[in-house]
Design a protein around this ligand. Structure first.
Ligand SMILES: *[C@@H]1O[C@H](CO)[C@@H](O)[C@H](O)[C@H]1NC(C)=O
Ligand SMILES: *[C@@H]1O[C@H](CO)[C@@H](O)[C@H](O)[C@H]1NC(C)=O
Ligand SMILES: *[C@@H]1O[C@H](CO)[C@@H](O)[C@H](O)[C@H]1NC(C)=O
Ligand SMILES: *[C@@H]1O[C@H](CO)[C@@H](O)[C@H](O)[C@H]1NC(C)=O
Length: 555
């Protein structure tokens, strides 16, 4: 609560009981109001009847991302060289608590015109023009899909910074949806390109039963089939894993069994971060030591990359939409923090208490979530907050604000510090059309949308380096992928040293040989008994009995 009001916005958080609160809402007035939808809490508590009760697990990183939107809008308003002369932007930001029904409620609030009810009495009359003309959000595809259906009613443009599902490209279904993050269509292609580049012969695909994990894993399977790369197994997990649920328990047991038996070189986990946490924990416990490919949902996860003994799970390659620093944002956060020196732990709205004993020597380079005195709890040093600023979603949020500003400039025909159009009343549909047509450069990012509302932005390829003594993985960028172009990799990874013993490697018992399964030439060979009259000393080849000549080898 403390940080929220301190950051100067009218964010309101009411704590119900320990760890529970109602969704956050923050508003700032202006001539043109931009809506925002952010999952500032990670979970909700619901009653058995499904009605919403409260939100849980305040998310520090989402809190910072929300501030990127606020920062970008303030910065536009304060620039001395006005981008939008005589116009002030405002915002109306809602917390969705990562819940579709809370998000729909927030969307209805955003559209609610104070002068009239949302719905006219007669079905044929037009809906009242909303005050909000564009909305930034939501983060997850699942939620964005639900929100997009509501926003389309009044032609309000929606620009997501995190929803990557391919289904959102379908403009007949989601006519007002755009995004500043590339569609999974490109991410799955990028993953397949990496597998090809590393000469990996076989992979396993793990997805989940939701818009993100299902479309992603389906598309991966399609791409691999076309390239004749073996998919040893595909597993679709429930959308939400939870450790005290018997379905999860069974699923995890099956998955462990499949991985144990598998000779797949890489295991692709295309599902949400909270699911991956549970899988990787298990992989550490079982010392799986495999190669994992992280989809953007978890490829930069602090929680996973800081797990103890991560090395035992193996190595991780990942993909994240092209990263960039939000210009000036870090300084902005640090300057706000310099005013916050005597926070009390009870007022801090995260799952981590503030470190009470902030020693002088705790410097920026020592900003892991450090163990508290008793070694079991973690605490957060406020001065470390800036380390939680990411460079992917934050930058996408920044881009979304710039896109809306550019579209407004097009709408009002602004040039230099003059706008031709004086009448600043306009409809949401007019703004939407201008947003679809933007084509400009923000800092070094050239952005424009195709007719599906998707930008042509690339990916960074990441590697989690666990060889350092810190125990934690250090996430490094090792290459990049641009849509429909080749992958480029740093030299160190460009040589063929990325194959482990698993790459379809297998030896057979005596009396058996390695052969392709019938009609499935692209998968790894498996052990079959030798034909009659043949023998095998073990390994994988059969010989004709009585002959020791390699010429007599039966292939
Ligand atoms: C801004 O508004 C003032 C008065 O309201 C007007 O004189 C001026 O021309 C406007 N500037 C622009 C660029 O529209
Ligand atoms: C975007 O603008 C550039 C020139 O700046 C032009 O070459 C390109 O064709 C434009 N792209 C689209 C999709 O309009
Ligand atoms: C682009 O961003 C960098 C920091 O990320 C900043 O130093 C530079 O001034 C920015 N350029 C523009 C044109 O804003
Ligand atoms: C994991 O396997 C690699 C070979 O693929 C090996 O070099 C490495 O030592 C193993 N790591 C552990 C922790 O067992």
């Amino acid at each position: 609560m403390f940080l929220l009001w301190l950051f100067g916005s009218v964010m309101s958080v009411f704590h119900l009981s320990s760890g529970e609160s109602v969704p956050v809402h923050t508003y700032s007035s202006g001539d043109i109001i931009i809506g925002g939808l952010f999952p500032m809490h990670a979970k909700t508590n619901k009653s058995t009847a499904g009605e919403w009760i409260s939100c849980r697990e305040y998310d520090l990183q989402m809190f910072l991302r929300t501030h990127v939107m606020i920062y970008a809008i303030r910065e536009i308003n304060q620039r001395t060289q006005r981008v939008l002369p005589n116009i002030t932007l405002g915002y109306d930001i809602y917390d969705t608590c990562s819940d579709v029904s809370v998000a729909i409620r927030a969307t209805l609030q955003l559209l609610n015109n104070p002068q009239s009810c949302l719905l006219p009495a007669r079905i044929h009359s037009a809906l009242p023009e909303p005050q909000i003309k564009a909305v930034i959000g939501e983060r997850s595809s699942e939620t964005s899909i639900a929100v997009a259906r509501v926003l389309a009613l009044t032609s309000v443009a929606q620009i997501s910074y995190g929803s990557t599902s391919e289904v959102l490209s379908r403009k007949l279904k989601f006519p007002t949806f755009l995004r500043t993050i590339p569609s999974d269509e490109y991410q799955t292609k990028a993953i397949v390109e990496l597998v090809k580049r590393f000469n990996w012969k076989s992979v396993a695909v793990v997805g989940s039963d939701d818009e993100y994990g299902k479309y992603g894993s389906d598309r991966l399977v399609d791409h691999f089939r076309k390239l004749e790369i073996c998919i040893e197994f595909t597993e679709i997990l429930p959308s939400h894993f939870s450790m005290n649920d018997s379905d999860t328990f069974n699923c995890l047991a099956n998955l462990s069994k499949s991985i144990n038996k598998s000779t797949a070189e890489a295991i692709i986990l295309f599902t949400r971060q909270s699911n991956v946490e549970i899988i990787i924990e298990r992989a550490i416990e079982r010392k799986f030591n495999r190669t994992w490919i992280a989809s953007d949902a978890w490829s930069t996860s602090k929680k996973i990359s800081e797990m103890q003994n991560l090395k035992l799970a193996g190595k991780v390659f990942g993909f994240i939409s092209k990263r960039n620093e939000v210009p000036g944002f870090k300084d902005y956060i640090l300057s706000l923090l310099s005013r916050t020196t005597n926070a009390t732990p009870e007022e801090y709205p995260t799952q981590y208490p503030l470190c009470t004993n902030q020693s002088e020597e705790s410097k920026e380079n020592n900003c892991q979530l450090t163990n508290h005195q008793d070694n079991s709890n973690h605490c957060l040093d406020l001065r470390c907050l800036a380390n939680y600023i990411d460079q992917d979603e934050s930058y996408n949020i920044y881009l979304a604000v710039q896109v809306i500003v550019e579209a407004l400039r097009r709408l009002f025909k602004c040039e230099n510090q003059q706008c031709e159009r004086r009448n600043t009343s306009f409809t949401a549909a007019e703004l939407l059309m201008e947003i679809q047509k933007v084509n400009f450069t923000v800092n070094s990012t050239h952005i424009y949308f195709n007719d599906k509302g998707d930008p042509y932005l690339g990916y960074d390829i990441l590697y989690w380096n666990t060889s350092e003594p810190t125990q934690h993985a250090h996430i490094t960028t090792i290459g990049e992928y641009s849509p429909n172009k080749e992958i480029t990799l740093s030299n160190e990874f460009d040589e063929n040293t990325n194959v482990t013993i698993y790459n379809c490697y297998k030896t057979c018992e005596p009396g058996q040989q390695l052969k392709h399964k019938e009609k499935n030439n692209m998968c790894c060979k498996i052990c079959f008994p030798c034909a009659e009259g043949e023998f095998s000393p073990g390994g994988g080849e059969c010989f004709i009995k009585g002959s020791h000549s390699r010429m007599a080898r039966v292939l």
